[in-house]
Design a protein around this ligand. Sequence first.
Ligand code: ZN
Length: 192
Amino acid sequence: MVSEGAREPARVTCPGCGDSAAARAVPEICADPASVPDGLADRLARQPDAASRGDSWLHFAEGLLMAGVGAALAYSGIQSDEPLYTIGGSLLAVLLFAGTVLVVRGEARGRRVVEAGEERASELWRPASYCSACGTVFFPGGDPWEGPLTPEQFQKFVWTEAGYGKHLDTELKDVALPPGIPVRAGGSPDHA
Ligand SMILES: [Zn+2]
């Protein structure tokens, strides 16, 4: 878990400030968020958060349980001849069930989007470095981009390329990428 800076094979020079000692690999930072200023690891995240399958099952079970309460209410309405309970309980059960299905389906869609873009996201995200001297992200080999990027530009670049553009925070959707940076996937970095 603990990784020494000395492990770095070659020193990389930051194109933003020229410092060659302050850079750390982005994946290393994200693996150890406690070692960097608050929120930095999130700003460098490779992909949006997606509910796991386990989470979705849990949400499904919770939804069913709540719908079951509505159904029980409806049933007690039938038993005690209280039409209001029957109608209210049935409505509640149907709404809760429909809502649960929507939530779980939305989560599955989110997972599919993340999985579909994973390869491209990794391709860009893994080789990137973050310079703590000037707070920029860059690609040590100069590929696919040789200039410095702010963490926001970096995330927008990676996420757009990977097809996660819709999941960017509102303020990140407005972040401008440097002119000339090669955005190939989707081709519309400014439109989500
Ligand atoms: Zn720098």
